[in-house]
Design a protein around this ligand. Structure first.
Ligand code: SF4
Ligand SMILES: [Zn+2]
Ligand SMILES: [Zn+2]
Length: 185
């Protein structure tokens, strides 16, 4: 079987030769685009096998984004790597992350419901975009009532008496009659 180098040298119309930039782009969306272009390449399988055999860590080969593969794209680890590198998160990592966040919110909601509904459960319902259940609504209502009660009590509390300040020492000389602090500023 001829090497990939020989095959690419003797084959015309390779997408990665027509438009090479996206194949080694740092932008996962551009590499995703490049991987789709490979599907019209006659060397797809040979190229992919070569990249697997040589453990490629960068770029797109045979329709596979080897950079994404190396960094764990499609997992929570991949999502964290995108963030660390200050990259735009790829759709696969975003989907996995969103799923994990939703699963965590569902877990917290379940705990809240074991207690008959809580304020945190109310917040989880909201974050999940659903109408809070009666138990969580009551818990939230009780907390709001307590907060209103506290604010009312604070408003009704008498103010601390105003302490008269000692008059500042009068200035002498050319500034006589002016306030000392006004001059200092
Ligand atoms: S399969 Fe390989 S040779 Fe073909 S376009 Fe993709 S990267 Fe290039
Ligand atoms: Zn990713
Ligand atoms: Zn609830």
């Amino acid at each position: 079987m001829p090497s990939l180098a020989t095959l690419t040298a003797t084959t015309t119309g390779l997408p990665c030769r027509e438009e090479p930039a996206p194949f080694f782009s740092t932008d996962p969306n551009e590499r995703h685009y490049a991987a789709r272009q490979c599907h019209r390449c006659p060397l797809l399988l040979a190229c992919q096998q070569h990249a697997l055999a040589t453990r490629e860590q960068h770029g797109v080969w045979g329709g596979v984004d080897f950079e994404a593969r190396a960094m764990g794209c499609g997992t929570e680890r991949g999502y964290q790597v995108h963030l660390r590198r200050k990259q735009e998160v790829c759709p696969r990592c975003q989907a996995v992350h969103d799923e994990a966040v939703e699963a965590n919110r569902r877990r917290l909601l379940e705990l809240a419901h074991r207690e008959g509904g809580t304020v945190r459960g109310y917040a989880m319902h909201r974050k999940l975009g659903e109408r809070p259940c009666d138990g969580c609504r009551s818990a939230q209502g009780r907390q709001s009532a307590k907060r209103r009660e506290r604010l009312r009590a604070e408003a009704a509390r008498p103010c601390a008496p105003v302490v008269a300040l000692e008059p500042a020492e009068p200035l002498r000389g050319p500034h006589a009659g002016a306030h000392a602090l006004a001059i200092a500023s």
